[in-house]
Design a protein around this ligand. Structure first.
Ligand code: NAP
Ligand code: ZN
Ligand code: ZN
Length: 349
């Protein structure tokens, strides 16, 4: 059936109205009417082909909340009318080692990502959540806990799980000292989640003026990363640093703020770091640099359930889809508190 969305036709073209095909659900699939979709910095990277691997036209969007319209004949977990979430993946092989462990994001055969990915079922390129509907394999559909605001819950499907996964892997709890670099979509979720896990939480930011927001989002301390005195004052402090910066940056100043056996987890930037990391900063203090890529389906459900229990959602600015290009410009200037979410009802206007 015909679906309506917004797509970029090239790396320099604005996103515009785009009509395309969505298939009816196969026996193990679910068709969802999309209500809200968050705007992740990855959408901007891909729409502008920053990594050089975008297939155009691209319909971004992988922070999806919607209502089940139709289920395939083999689906028993969901029924028409259920409120559900879809994140960065819509399918994977289900039999490789990572898939069997619930780490579908690292599927050996390549997970089918929600957009800009080859759909193994028909060879088409997947289109994401900046659209009115989506068809997804049932195992990749998440249950939305009752009581969570659906627009605020949408960013949990990427920003939430991407920051939850490393906090969970490194067993962050009441005795942990956590730092987060960058107060944007991922950063503000990291503050909320680390605080709810009981940690002592610090924000590193380049931007003076974000302090009050940071404290209300869960930070106990704020460090201006451009101020050498403030940086020096936190030498040797953190067990884990979640680095959400989307562009190249020097990680060396942060390494010295790690405690013994502390770990810096890269989640933001994927390209080469232009400033080499001083080996001594990991050799001494048994420190580590690691990375983390979204999270698997079971872990995403666990994060959603945790958010349901603790009443955690994203702080959002809801926009009509017609404002998406302006939202990208504002995101580049860090002018968003702290996630844009598209109200897909606007597609009809
Ligand atoms: P965002 O909302 O734009 O936030 C990024 C924050 O980083 C900004 O608010 C700013 O915080 C800081 N920042 C921005 N540009 C910077 C620069 N040039 N140098 C230093 N700091 C800078 O972006 P987001 O949606 O949170 O995404 C962050 C990154 O994570 C993106 O690259 C995205 O593609 C990636 N991502 C990765 C995964 C994964 O699975 N690993 C998942 C989702 C997103 P301050 O003003 O406070 O400094
Ligand atoms: Zn994302
Ligand atoms: Zn697999």
């Amino acid at each position: 059936m015909n679906a309506l969305g917004f797509a970029a036709q090239s790396a320099t073209a604005p996103l515009e109205r785009f009509v395309f095909e969505r298939r009816a659900p196969e026996p193990d699939e679910i068709a969802i009417d999309i209500l809200y979709c968050g705007v992740c910095h990855t959408d901007l990277h891909l729409a502008r082909n920053h990594g050089g691997y975008t297939t155009f036209p691209i319909v971004p969007g992988h922070e999806i909340v919607g209502r089940v319209r139709e289920v395939g004949t083999d689906v028993s977990r969901f029924k028409s009318g259920d409120m559900v979430g879809v994140g960065c993946m819509v399918d994977s092989c289900q039999h490789c080692k990572p898939c069997l462990k619930g780490w579908e994001q690292d599927c050996v055969e390549g997970a089918t990502f929600t957009y800009n990915s080859i759909d193994w079922r028909d060879g088409s390129i997947t289109f994401g959540g900046y659209s009115g509907s989506i068809t997804v394999r049932d195992k990749f559909v998440l249950q939305l806990p009752e009581g969570l605001d659906p627009a605020g819950a949408a960013p949990l499907l990427c920003a939430g799980i991407t920051t939850w996964s490393p906090l969970h892997r490194w067993k962050v709890g009441a005795s942990s000292k956590v730092a987060v670099i960058g107060l944007g979509g991922l950063g503000h979720m990291a503050l909320k989640l680390a605080k709810a896990l009981g940690a002592d939480v610090t924000l590193f930011t380049r931007s003076a003026g974000k302090e009050e927001d940071a404290f209300s989002l869960g930070a106990d301390h704020v460090v201006l990363s451009g101020d050498p005195e403030q940086m020096k004052a936190v030498t040797g402090r953190f067990d884990i640093i979640i680095d959400t910066v989307p562009y190249d940056h020097d990680v060396n100043p942060y390494m010295t703020t790690l405690a013994l056996e502390g770990v810096l987890v890269l989640v933001g930037y994927m390209g080469p770091l232009a400033t080499p990391v001083r080996a001594g900063s990991v050799v001494q203090g048994r420190r580590a640099i690691s990375g983390s890529f979204i999270g698997g389906v079971p872990e995403t459900q666990q994060m959603l359930d945790f958010c349901g229990q603790h009443g955690i959602v994203s702080d959002v600015e809801i926009i009509p889809i017609q404002q998406i290009n302006e939202a990208y410009e504002r995101m580049l200037k860090s002018d968003v508190k702290y996630r844009f979410v598209i109200d897909l009802a606007s597609l009809k206007s």
